[in-house]
Design a protein around this ligand. Structure first.
Ligand code: FDA
Length: 313
């Protein structure tokens, strides 16, 4: 296991401890949550969303929340997302939403998640937007891909999903998505990420170079398979290689897009956008920021120093 993977696994394990969670939840905004989260609700996030749009970048809206344990809570989240679609629409923000299947109840039952995802997808379609089903940890990968296929077959062609290059299973999952796209109308988009969760060696590649190499192979296969590739990484070398390929093959914005996270490498986002590449920024908002914030800290040791400075300063 590489040092980077070790750091990530240890940080994510510590974040699971209830004492750590309650302390971080208490002091979160002082610790710098606001660098990665645009506000406690969509109204607070609207200025950041409009500023991104004005700068030529697009946004992915993410109402934070995950691993919802009851039907009642999942229904409340779905209603909240539908409310956010309305607020986005009223404020002139493109309603491109990401949702986590477990916030729609995938951990409660597949039927519940399907019903609520259909509701959210319908509301987003009515506002002229798009939906992406985020990919969570291994226990939910099958359920998420089944949910995705079900929504597409029900006519929700504006719904896409995510694959993680660190999983050993992903090349097979990608072949299934390419086959599904071939039976479908229009271009199917796919967000490709390295993967943000703590996974075992049985399920996931543990060394950084292996994850990057898998990413490259999957990216070329997705493009060859006719998918629109959403290059969701801050890894400049990977971006450079794939963007050069896209330019060489004269691919337009209907075939590729760079996707990056709010608060991560903003100057790089601006530079890529100024160079004429389509850039979309994932903008999370909401009060349930703990899991998301822990994953961002686990991605980069320097972020822990940033948090410590926030606490001390
Ligand atoms: P890598 O970690 O190699 O970072 C490259 C460079 O980017 C670093 O050297 C650093 O400069 C900078 N950087 C990266 N992360 C940073 C951070 N947190 N803070 C500050 N600087 C940072 N994962 C998942 O499992 N399911 C999902 O649905 C999604 N969705 C998603 C959407 C979008 C738009 C993005 C960009 C990412 C995701 N991810 C995700 C997260 C993804 O799996 C991965 O954990 C992060 O993107 C970090 O990996 P990178 O590929 O960016 O490179």
């Amino acid at each position: 296991m590489s040092l980077a993977s070790l750091y990530r696994n240890v940080t994510l394990a510590i974040a699971d401890a209830p004492l750590v969670e309650s302390a971080v939840r208490r002091y979160g905004w002082r610790m710098g949550v606001g660098r990665f989260v645009a506000g406690e609700d969509i109204a607070a996030a609207v200025p950041a969303l409009l500023a991104l749009q004005a700068s030529g970048r697009k946004a992915i809206l993410d109402l934070l929340g995950e691993f919802v344990a009851t039907e009642e809570a999942a229904r409340a989240v779905a209603a909240n997302i539908v409310g956010c679609v309305r607020v986005a629409h009223e404020n002139g923000v493109e309603p491109y939403f990401s949702v986590k299947p477990t916030q729609l109840g995938l951990g409660v039952s597949e039927e519940l998640a399907a019903e609520l995802a259909d509701l959210v997808a319908g509301a987003v379609a009515a506002a002229g937007g798009r939906v992406c089903l985020d990919m969570e940890n291994v226990p939910y990968v099958d359920g998420t891909l089944a949910l995705y296929a079900r929504l597409r077959r029900a006519g929700h062609h504006h719904v896409s999903t995510v694959l993680q290059s660190y999983l050993h299973r992903t090349p097979d999952d990608l072949e299934r998505l390419v086959a599904l796209a071939a039976e479908d109308q229009g271009v199917t988009e796919l967000r490709l990420v390295k993967g943000a969760y703590r996974e075992s060696p049985e399920n996931a590649i543990q060394d950084v170079a292996g994850v990057v190499e898998a990413y490259r192979r999957l990216a070329y296969r997705a493009l060859d398979g006719g998918l629109k590739l959403n290059i969701a990484t801050h890894d400049e070398a990977l971006q450079r290689e794939l963007l050069a390929y896209a330019q060489g093959a004269r691919l337009g914005p209907e075939r590729y897009e760079v996707q990056m996270l709010y608060g991560v490498r903003p100057q790089l986002q601006e530079r890529l956008s100024a160079q004429g590449h389509p850039v979309r920024v994932y903008v999370p908002f909401g009060s349930d920021w703990y899991g998301y914030f822990s994953r961002r800290l686990a991605e980069r040791p320097a972020n822990l120093a940033f948090v410590a400075r926030g606490l001390l300063g």
